[in-house]
Design a protein around this ligand. Structure first.
Ligand code: MG
Ligand code: MG
Length: 634
């Protein structure tokens, strides 16, 4: 793997915090941004010592702007500026200056004119043992295509002058990748990597705010790296990310995500090139094997009553712990009311909620090896008498992700649990987990997106913007092949959305709802009502709108209304949804029937969210946010 590098501009914090986070994440090198030196009181020489002390090298110093093609006297001034940068670089221990193509109105075009400027600059740099690299900005005035930048470098024909390639600037202009292969690898001085979502906006705004780590956006980064590898380039792959979320998030976790993205990309590129992969393949999730809830015993009893109302049977109790297994179809819900251990800590910190998910995968050992290769944090808990060690990693919002072998999950249940009542098979029984929906802050969204897609064989499907009465929620579904497993990541910046309230009340991100599938939702609802389970009330206006919108058969419309079912359909088929009331003011369950439908009922979400907002009433938050919505805590 090429040396790994990241630009300081990618992270929040002051320069010292950034450098520490970069070193801790395990990068080899760092690109120092000019601006970062302005915000620290230390001298460049001290910064240089700090970088060395942390075991990092400097992959580049940047940016040096508006250099090439200037007429006199601007040209002389640009060279004087460059000399000052070279002095600073000497102190810093930086050897490569990144020169980005000029946007100056005064700059004149012409490849030869620019080449002459670079040949002269290379001569000055070389005298000090330094080098300069030329990068084509996608919005450069005359040079905005890497092929032109390469032609400048080629004609400058100076050993201290090389090319800098940046995936963002290449993809932003839809430039072909093939010409990269013809560039000699030793003439490329640095390769910068950034991904981005595809958006229609001006290039500068897109670049300065929406770049993200490889794997978090939609650009074909593995194909870019494959073209780079074909040149024989052996220098650093450097992440250069301008992103509002990263600038708002903690530098440590952003840096860790950065390294994870490079390892993920390296593995993807190797696969594309037909070389030996660096990691086992992305893990194949067969199903959600269990969902574990941590809570105190009193709340646990209420939760058990809710599960019973949903048709679950308490099929087992743990041999040695206060842990219950509730089962229906292939769904296992676990209530953990232990007074120590991980679940207990989770319950103390977050209150009642999901502390862990158990995923049935094809190969647990390979899944753990890939997770470790991607720098996931493995979790070990002492194994008690009668327990099996279940491999786990730390996951969203301080939860755990356990892995069990898809075809041997029964062993865990049979070994650790004493059999209780039998699971029934009533009409309309719940069959499996349809999706798990997690709420997180806007800043965390990209991080968890990368975590899921780098570790698991899951693809993103179209993101939806859901209108909550309190603001907009961005909803990103992830789907495993064959649609056996679906996760939905919900992120919000608005304080008063249901997602934000969940995050505030549970003091962190986590599972906000779980959807169970049934083959007969009307039978299911009848059974739940007989069991006395209250469901979320849907206003009549919804059904009048549905009638107007979809021209439904009156009998079906009447049935939906009577059962308070939300409905949608796509080309493939129909979709039916009902919701339980919100439990402990935080999480809830959804029951869905999919007749071929692929989505998540996003069109119904505003109605559901408005009903839930009415149901759970004003905000109650463990700290004083009362001023925000004008209500006091009860
Ligand atoms: Mg760049
Ligand atoms: Mg849902």
């Amino acid at each position: 793997m090429n040396p790994t590098s990241i630009a300081t501009v990618s992270l929040s914090g002051d320069l010292a915090q950034k450098l520490e986070a970069i070193a801790a994440a395990g990068f080899d090198a760092v690109e120092i941004f000019d601006n970062d030196l302005l915000t620290i009181s230390a001298q460049a020489r001290d910064v240089g010592r700090m970088i060395k002390g942390l075991g990092l090298s400097v992959s580049a110093f940047q940016p040096f702007r508006d250099f090439e093609g200037l007429p006199e006297p601007d040209r002389a001034r640009a060279f004087a500026r460059a000399r000052r940068k070279f002095d600073l670089m000497q102190e810093l221990g930086a050897e490569l200056l990144l020169v980005c193509s000029s946007v100056a109105p005064a700059s004149l075009g012409g490849i030869d004119r620019a080449a002459d400027d670079f040949a002269a600059l290379g001569e000055i740099a070389a005298a000090q043992g330094l080098r300069v690299g030329f990068e084509a900005l996608a919005w450069g005035r005359h040079i905005n295509d890497y092929r032109d930048a390469w032609e400048v470098v080629r004609r400058a024909d100076h050993p201290a002058v090389g090319l800098i390639l940046d995936s963002f600037h290449t993809f932003a202009r839809d430039l072909p990748l093939d010409p990269i292969r013809a560039i000699p690898g030793d003439r490329i001085f640095l390769v910068q990597l950034a991904d981005a979502p595809r958006m229609q906006m001006d290039l500068l705004t897109w670049s300065r705010h929406f770049r993200c780590f490889p794997g978090q956006g939609e650009l074909p980064l593995a194909a870019f790296v494959e073209a780079i590898d074909a040149t024989g380039y052996a220098g650093p792959l450097s992440l250069e990310i301008f992103n509002d979320q990263f600038r708002a998030g903690p530098p440590e976790s952003t840096a860790r995500d950065g390294l994870r993205s490079l390892r993920f990309l390296d593995d993807e590129a190797r696969r594309l090139e037909g070389r030996a992969p660096a990691l086992p393949p992305r893990a194949d999730i067969d199903r959600v094997e269990f969902v574990e809830f941590a809570t105190d015993p009193a709340t646990g009893a209420e939760l058990g009553a809710l599960f019973a109302g949903l048709g679950f049977a308490r099929t087992g109790d743990h041999v040695s712990k206060s842990v219950e297994r509730w089962q229906q179809g292939e769904i296992n819900l676990v209530i953990n009311t232990e007074s120590d251990g991980f679940a207990h800590s989770h319950a103390i910190l977050h209150g009642p909620g999901v502390c862990a998910l158990g995923l049935a995968v094809r190969d647990v050992e390979a899944t753990m090896a890939r997770a470790e290769g991607l720098r996931a944090t493995t979790f070990l808990q002492p194994v008690g008498p009668g327990e099996l060690p279940i491999p786990a990693i730390r996951w969203v919002g301080g939860s755990l992700l356990y892995f069990v072998e898809a075809d041997r999950a029964g062993e865990v249940w049979d070994t650790e649990f004493r059999a209780g009542e039998a699971a029934g098979t009533a009409p309309g029984a719940l069959t499996h987990v349809d999706h798990v929906s997690q709420s997180m802050s806007h800043e965390e969204m990209l991080s968890w997106l990368l975590a899921y897609t780098s570790l698991f064989d899951m693809e993103r499907v179209a993101q939806a913007s859901v209108v909550d009465p309190g603001g907009i929620v961005r909803s990103q579904p992830l789907v495993a092949p064959g649609e056996r497993v679906r996760f939905v990541l919900n992120a919000t910046q608005a304080h008063r959305t249901l997602s934000a309230r969940f995050i505030a009340e549970q003091f962190g991100s986590g599972v906000q709802h779980i959807a169970f599938a049934t083959d007969d939702i009307f039978a299911c609802i009848r059974r739940m009502r007989e069991a006395g389970l209250p469901l979320l009330a849907i206003p009549d206006t919804y059904y009048r709108d549905l009638e107007a919108r979809l021209d439904l058969d009156p009998a079906l419309l009447d049935k939906l209304r009577r059962h308070q079912v939300l409905y949608d359909r796509d080309e493939a088929g129909a979709f039916f949804q009902v919701y339980t009331q919100v439990f402990a003011r935080r999480f809830f369950f959804e029951i869905v029937q999919r007749d071929g439908y692929a989505g998540f009922g996003a069109v119904n979400a505003p109605v559901r969210l408005a009903s839930q907002a009415r149901e759970i009433g004003p905000l109650t938050i463990p700290y004083d946010w009362a001023g925000l919505d004008g209500t006091a805590r009860p």
